[in-house]
Ligand binder design. Structure first.
Ligand code: PMT
Length: 216
């Protein structure tokens, strides 16, 4: 796969922990120029990766939309909050009443927004599911209009904050199960699939045309 994705500019977003960093590391290892947009985590930046730190979902949206224009592949690993408080409290909320309620409003869907761009890169998302993994992941791929979805079961000891993970990866014309293993190894296997499907996709034609124009 090194050859397969050698010329590719690659963007990964990540918020919570290990999986996104492993994907960014695997892409850099494979020879891609990688920008990692990360929420607040205490993880070391993988060698050869350019990192942009953000705090909120809105910050991540802005950073991704700015960086994505020069990107061939976008991988969205971050567990971005779907909602945010409508009115953030400027100070600590005092416990005066027995119950309080919080009004929440939807955050923009970063992955769907990237996939909807007129000149969208190849897009790969993750789907964190607790049930009906296959149907939920396939629905998510279609609803967000993305090229590939890597579904993982999350729950007690699975997915989040663990050293290992397992993926069921779907694209338009195929699927593959990547059985449970360390996140670094799994990220390399996922990158192989992404490189294969990227090469088969119409996005690759754009890169070839672009390169042809470049060298003319
Ligand atoms: O970080 P770790 O501790 O290693 O855990 C790994 C992981 C479980 C976080 C990772 O493998 C994973 O599943 N990440 C995606 C979790 C998630 O947000 O799934 P979702 O089904 O809610 O979102 C689907 C896709 O839309 C994801 O690609 C997500 O990045 C994207 N999304 C979601 C909400 C939003 N506002 N914007 C988005 O782009």
């Amino acid at each position: 796969t090194r050859e397969a994705i050698d010329p590719v500019r690659f963007l990964s977003n990540h918020s919570s922990g290990r999986m996104g960093f492993a994907v960014a590391a695997a892409a850099a290892e494979a020879g891609a120029a990688v920008t990692l947009i990360s929420g607040p985590v205490s993880l070391a930046t993988p060698p050869g990766v350019q990192r942009i730190d953000v705090e909120s979902a809105a910050d991540m949206y802005a950073a991704v939309m700015q960086a994505v224009t020069s990107t061939d592949i976008f991988i969205s690993v971050a567990a971005v909050a779907d909602y945010r408080p409508a009115v953030p409290a400027p100070q600590k909320i005092k416990k005066e009443s027995a119950e309080i309620s919080l009004d929440l409003i939807r955050n923009p869907d970063i992955l769907a927004a990237v996939a909807a761009l007129p000149d969208a890169p190849f897009t790969a998302g993750f789907a964190a599911e607790t049930e009906s993994i296959v149907s939920n992941a396939q629905d998510k791929r279609l609803a967000k209009g993305v090229d590939m979805i890597a579904a993982n079961r999350v729950g007690a000891g699975l997915g989040f904050n663990s050293e290992e993970n397992a993926l069921h990866v779907f694209w338009e014309k195929g699927e593959q199960v990547l059985p449970v293993t360390g996140k670094v190894k799994l990220a390399r296997q996922l990158l192989n699939l992404i490189a294969e499907q990227f090469q088969r996709s119409h996005h690759q034609e754009k890169v070839i045309k672009f390169n042809a124009k470049d060298s003319a």
